[in-house]
Design a protein around this ligand. Structure first.
Ligand code: NAP
Length: 461
């Protein structure tokens, strides 16, 4: 046998070693899927069911008995039954005394009941050792083996030994247990599968609102204004030109909004002279969704890159280029290369490329698999120092793009500034205030405050 094949055997799960018997109450979707996975992992499974008739949906190596008979065969009983039916367990209280009961249930609404289902089960059966687990894993994922997105199993319970026994099962199934502490954590664990992108709501609504605003702003200035005053139809701008204006503007504003709450926090701490007073709720929430704002900003920046790359393929651009060549030929005059313009255009592109590179780096380091592999200082260096550098480069990219043109009257249609000018307001404000904050006379007291110093200790809570 070669070395490789012996390695493969060492890594293969040891299915010949029979593990203990586990009882599952309920032969529904989840009970069957979990039973199937447990049998594959070497456990003996016995079902407790209202009907002891074997159906062909039940894993073929499993036994099906009445609840009382099944419970006597195992020390661990998984309750794969909805909470509203838990009353049927009360008559079984004596049989279930001292047993580990695993509550896997979920609810239909957030905070549906005053107490969590696991705490309710513990109240119904005070002699049993209740552990909450498996509720974040779906029956479908267990059955199909597509557990990549939900390998983590949150486990909580008041009995440490019982919790360990359940965590051992979780590991044996190839999943990762995450100890969340006592049964008090059960409510949070039960609410977890009901949440719909909680941290993404504000960034998504903000991005949609700003995108719609800037899109219609551009339509008004670039399409409607031109049609009214120049009698030219540029409605096709809606497909690429306007999105390619809105995307960089959104990327820059959202990137600045990632750093703006930190600026507010610093100003508040300096003003209060302490870090021991809570920030306003809006600032706390804003701070918590900075990663999401940054990732949406990265998505807009990536779209801007793609839109820019297709520019040479556009009929409008080739028409404009050939028009320029023809007019030079007709006038029998070649326009010399304008060195200043060449410099501006190359610098504009170089700043954009470098800014985008750092943007991507920020996005990559925010992925859990990467951030788990760097220490806190390294993470802060990338997210804060390189993040500010990305903001400086992207702001400079926009400034160089505008150049002198920002000041020309033709940039103001209906007395309104171009969206690039609008997009610079927040980033420039963030960079200017940050510049002030790094002055030693401001940075020193701020650092002291962050290390616990208080200007007026009686204000601390
Ligand atoms: P299900 O398919 O409806 O199965 C529930 C089982 O409960 C039934 O098959 C039945 O088993 C038993 N049952 C029903 N009424 C009963 C009663 N009055 N008294 C005693 N037993 C009764 O539901 P499920 O999808 O398997 O979900 C079961 C639990 O797992 C729920 O609490 C759910 O929140 C949780 N969960 C489900 C999933 C999932 O993906 N499905 C994921 C995570 C957590 P017998 O006929 O054998 O008695």
């Amino acid at each position: 046998m070669n070395k490789n094949s012996s390695n493969v055997m060492a890594l293969a799960p040891n299915t010949s070693n029979k593990r203990e018997t586990v009882c599952i109450f309920g032969t529904g979707d989840f009970g069957r899927a979990l039973g199937h996975k447990m049998i594959q992992s070497g456990y003996s499974v016995v079902y407790g069911s209202r009907s002891t008739q074997i159906s062909n949906l039940i894993p073929k190596d499993a036994e099906v008995l009445s609840h009382a008979e099944a419970a006597q065969k195992a020390a661990i009983i998984i309750i794969a039954i909805q909470r509203q039916h838990y009353n049927f367990l009360i008559p079984l209280a004596e049989i279930l005394r001292g047993k580990v009961l695993v509550d896997i249930s979920n609810n239909l609404k957030l905070n549906q009941y005053p107490e969590s289902n696991a705490e309710y089960l513990a109240q119904l059966l005070p002699g049993s050792r209740v552990v909450k687990a498996f509720n974040t894993v779906s029956a479908w994922a267990l059955q199909s083996g597509t557990l990549d997105a939900s390998r983590q199993v949150f486990v909580c319970g008041n009995d440490v030994e019982a919790k360990q026994m359940v965590m051992n099962i979780v590991r044996a199934l190839g999943l990762t247990p995450l100890d969340k502490g006592s049964l008090l954590a059960a409510q949070e664990i039960e609410n977890y599968p009901l949440q719909l992108f909680p941290m993404w709501k504000f960034p998504i609504f903000l991005s949609l609102g700003l995108t719609a605003f800037f899109f219609f702003y551009c339509v008004a200035l670039d399409v409607i204004y031109t049609y009214i005053y120049e009698k030219r139809d540029f409605s096709f701008f809606i497909a690429i030109t306007i999105p390619n204006r809105v995307c960089p503007v959104m990327a820059l504003i959202l990137l600045a909004l990632v750093y703006l709450p930190g600026i507010f926090a610093a100003i508040i701490q300096l003003y209060r002279g302490t870090k021991y007073r809570r920030f306003p709720d809006w600032l706390d929430k804003w701070m918590l969704c900075r990663k999401q704002l940054g990732l949406i900003a990265l998505a807009f920046a990536s779209l801007h890159v793609v839109f820019t790359l297709v520019t040479p393929m556009r009929a409008f651009v080739s028409w404009r280029t050939s028009k320029g060549i023809i007019s030079q030929a007709l006038n029998n005059k070649t326009e010399p290369l304008n060195n200043t313009n060449a410099w501006i255009s190359d610098s504009y592109l170089a700043l954009g490329i470098l800014g985008f590179f750092l943007f991507v780096l920020l996005g990559i380091t925010s992925l859990p698999s990467v951030s788990n592999n760097v220490n806190w200082r390294e993470f802060r260096f990338v997210q804060s120092k390189l993040g500010y550098l990305a903001l400086i480069l992207c702001t400079a990219h926009t400034l160089v793009y505008g150049g002198k043109w920002f000041l020309s009257p033709s940039a103001y249609k209906w007395y309104l500034p171009n969206i690039y000018i609008l997009s610079l307001i927040i980033p420039c404000a963030v960079l200017v205030v940050k510049f002030v904050l790094i002055f030693p006379c401001v940075d020193k007291p701020l650092t002291q405050i962050r290390q616990g110093w208080e200007r007026n200790p009686k204000h601390s809570e």
